[in-house]
Design a protein around this ligand. Structure first.
Ligand code: PMP
Length: 387
């Protein structure tokens, strides 16, 4: 008798399943399909030369350290550099508050591991980042879901929601949210931090896109508005240098630091020594500060979007259009996007979609949008009663 593997799986695997959307999106790897589906930065701007030199130098000068096991906390000089840099952006922290992780995705997983018992609630935005929902799902989380508008998470009912749902954590994406591209206003940020303080609920502030602002003014981070050590900050090199590094950081309150180091150790012992050392080499002379995100990431023809930064535009179509069905038609027309439903922890949002504009040339972006427009028109025509 073959082993019935499923009968052996732990309860926590119940909500781990492959999405059918991924199957459809596999075809988007074909060169003639214009994919607005990914979340990938533009590869032309990866600092290949800088990393080539940095790896060479690290191996020549400190090769035996770079290829050795190293501290779970992360590479000291890189943590120092991050603390200094975050300080310039208003986040008060020391190197001792910084834990280097394998991408922010690992940080989300560690947060689930440290805080969530099965059934514990996480307060999240509607919609929210799919990877976070997947991470929290794997710890059998439940959700308190808060609506958004153009100013980000709606905070007017937060006190009620926090009192009623008693979430363990608040997960917030204040800058150029994935998937909606929205940014939380200063007033909302202040209201969120104050409500969290009144109810003593920690906030996880996930901010991969804050530095990809193309226009307008930077807004203070939640961490910089927090004087009670209630905010855990997440940042990553994925969108400012390159995602293949798998290098990110957590800014942790003193009282949490040791527990997060302990949660990382059994996962991977530490993040790649050589990747951290080479990244430090690349960053130490201010390279990241010289990056011109505007030219690097934002195709000039994409002005049709209202996003002031990030990688995504969010679209809501008329009720009755199911973007999962639309995707099948769109792929036939050789353009792809991500249906929005997966970003809703409550599985609503059937009429929404996320478009990525950073990984195609301006010309192809335009052509893709044109094809998509055609597909939407046809679906609308096919569902006249609900139009
Ligand atoms: N958080 C958000 C909101 C993201 O969009 C992403 C990447 N798409 C991540 C976390 C994970 O980033 P990484 O693991 O590459 O640092």
């Amino acid at each position: 008798m073959p082993v019935n593997w499923e009968s052996l799986f732990a309860d926590r695997t119940e909500r781990m399943h492959a999405s059918d959307i991924r199957e459809i999106l596999k075809v988007t790897a074909m060169p003639d399909v214009i994919s607005l589906a990914g979340g990938l930065p533009a590869p032309e701007v990866f600092p290949v030369e800088e990393f080539s030199l940095a790896f060479e130098r690290v191996l020549a000068e400190q090769g035996r350290v770079a290829l050795q096991y190293s501290a779970s906390e992360g590479y000291g000089p890189l943590r120092e550099l991050l603390a200094e840099r975050l300080g310039r952006f208003g986040t008060r922290c020391a190197a001792d508050n910084i834990l280097i992780t394998n991408g922010s995705q690992q940080a989300l997983d560690l947060i689930g591991k440290v805080f969530l018992n099965p059934g514990d609630r996480v307060l999240i935005e509607k919609p929210s980042y799919l990877g976070a929902i997947q991470a929290f799902d794997s710890y059998q989380a439940e959700y308190a879901i808060v609506p958004m508008d153009e100013d980000g998470m709606v905070t007017s009912d937060l006190d009620d929601v926090l009192a009623r749902e008693r979430p363990k954590l608040i997960y917030a994406l204040p800058n150029f949210q994935n998937p909606s591209g929205r940014t939380m206003s200063l007033q909302r940020r202040t209201q969120l931090v104050e409500a969290a303080r009144r109810h003593n609920v920690p906030i996880v502030e996930d901010d991969p896109y804050g530095e990809l602002r193309y226009e307008g003014r930077d807004l203070p981070s939640l961490k910089s508005l927090d004087f009670d050590d209630l905010v855990i900050g997440l940042g990553t090199f994925s969108k400012i240098l390159a995602p293949g590094l798998r290098l990110a950081w957590m800014v942790l309150p003193d009282a949490l630091y040791e527990m997060f180091v302990l949660s990382k150790q059994p996962a991977d012992l530490h993040t790649s020594t050589i990747a951290q050392m080479a990244t430090y080499e690349v960053c130490k002379d201010g390279f990241v500060d010289r990056l011109d995100a505007l030219e690097a990431y934002f195709p000039p023809s994409a002005r049709w979007t209202k996003a002031e930064g990030g990688l995504f535009v969010w679209a809501e179509l008329p009720d009755g259009i199911d973007t999962r069905e639309l995707l099948i038609e769109a792929v036939a027309q050789k353009v792809a996007f991500v249906p929005g439903q997966s970003f809703y922890a409550d599985r609503t949002g059937q009429n929404t979609m996320r478009l990525n504009f950073s990984n195609v040339t301006p010309d192809r972006l335009k052509l893709g949008i044109e094809r998509l427009g055609g597909a939407i028109e046809r679906r609308l025509a096919a569902t006249p009663a609900r139009r």
